[in-house]
Design a protein around this ligand. Structure first.
Ligand code: SF4
Length: 367
């Protein structure tokens, strides 16, 4: 964003630099109505359908996240991800992955053999319009009580095949340090748990959250903690996020990123190439590029399957292999994740030498 717009935002929110750098201030100042932005330069008035979508799926965004926009218009990729839009009124089902059917105790989902998902809370720093869990927006699900954590710990203890817990939500890092400490200590105390993965959008939307204290809590959890960040567009790669990654790394917390392929936001090889290489420069490994899920209120963001295949094909061989994530789908009805990798094996030459396809599609014999 231009300095002019950043300064206009700070003035509109009456924020000084101390406020701006304080995650509690960012959280308390989240924008819940586009009307709050109407006085700012370039902000368009919402259409009646957009207002209706905002009533069904409320807007929520930290001032910092808005500051990543180039302009406050609906076409900006940052604004497109947080402004309510009439196209979200699509009427699709809201839990096609049947998460709730795979929930043996409240907040815990056990769908994969060696992993479990824990829903830490219902709140977020930003309401991503493409979110697959829009159904829990506004659910008022706060931090887990010790009794709820106890039930989860008990279940995990009875299932030694579970080695990893994915802590998600909502966004777990909107919780207070004390609550995060309770959660990670509880799961780390289960003998079979080797690793926790915390899924959070805050590195993009509220990097101020990564204080020394939080990074120390994550680094000293008692088992390995990974952070799974969620960046979808190069505009979201801020210097503040880069500094937060360095703090995490100093405490031994590695970071991987999950991106969602979003029509009109990042369905372009140039944009995703800049995102993935930018993530690597920030020391974040691009892990997954997800095809958009068939979830209510999000179908307007879905591309056809071919778009992702084409983009990954264009990127392969053009950017570092380290920068390439796996292109993946979450199958409905609890079918789990599948990765879509190209089959580059091209059979055998006459003399029996195996052949492979190069990045330009031409076969080459391997001897
Ligand atoms: S932060 Fe995560 S849970 Fe919250 S709206 Fe965004 S994608 Fe959904």
């Amino acid at each position: 964003m231009g300095k002019e717009l950043l300064s206009a935002l700070k003035t509109a929110f009456k924020a000084d630099d101390v406020d701006w750098d304080d995650w509690h201030w960012q959280l308390a100042s989240r924008i819940t109505d586009v009307k709050a932005l109407e006085s700012l330069p370039g902000c368009l008035r919402p259409e009646p359908g957009d207002v209706e979508a905002g009533l069904l799926y409320p807007m929520l965004a930290t001032p910092f996240y808005l500051s990543l926009a180039e302009s406050l218009s609906a076409g900006d990729p940052v604004m497109r991800q947080c402004l309510p839009c009439h196209m979200e009124l699509d009427g699709a089902g809201d839990d096609p992955f049947c998460e709730m059917e795979a929930s043996p105790v409240p907040r815990l989902v056990h769908r994969y053999h060696d992993r479990a998902l824990f829903l830490a809370c219902g709140s977020c720093a930003v309401h991503c319009r493409h979110c697959m869990r829009k159904r829990i927006w506004g659910s008022q699900m706060g931090a887990p009580g010790d009794d709820e954590l106890g039930l989860c710990v008990d279940y995990l203890g009875r299932h030694p095949e579970i080695r990893e817990v994915l802590v998600s939500g909502g966004d777990p890092l909107t919780l207070e340090d004390e609550d995060i400490g309770r959660i990670v200590s509880a799961f780390a105390s289960v003998p079979g748990i080797e690793m926790l993965r915390i899924g959070s959008r805050t590195l993009a939307a509220m990097p101020q959250r990564y204080t020394e204290r939080l990074c120390r809590i994550l680094g000293n959890a008692g088992c390995t903690v990974w952070l799974a960040s969620h960046f979808n567009h190069p505009q979201e790669l801020s210097p503040e996020a880069g500094e937060a990654v360095l703090r995490l790394m100093r405490h031994g917390v590695p970071v991987v990123n999950q991106t969602v392929l979003l029509k009109g936001v990042n369905d372009d090889a140039g944009i995703l190439g800049r995102l993935f290489t930018g993530l690597l420069r920030m020391r974040i490994k691009p892990y997954y590029l997800f095809h958009g899920d068939p979830v209510g209120g999000t179908t307007c963001f879905r591309t056809g399957i071919e778009a992702g295949r084409r983009i990954m094909g264009e990127l392969r061989g053009k950017i570092s292999g380290l920068a390439l994530p796996a292109f993946a789908f979450d199958l409905p009805e609890g079918g789990g994740k599948v990765r879509l990798e190209p089959d580059l094996f091209a059979g055998y030459a006459e003399d029996g030498a195996p052949m492979f396809l190069k990045h330009d599609g031409m076969p080459v014999e391997y001897r």
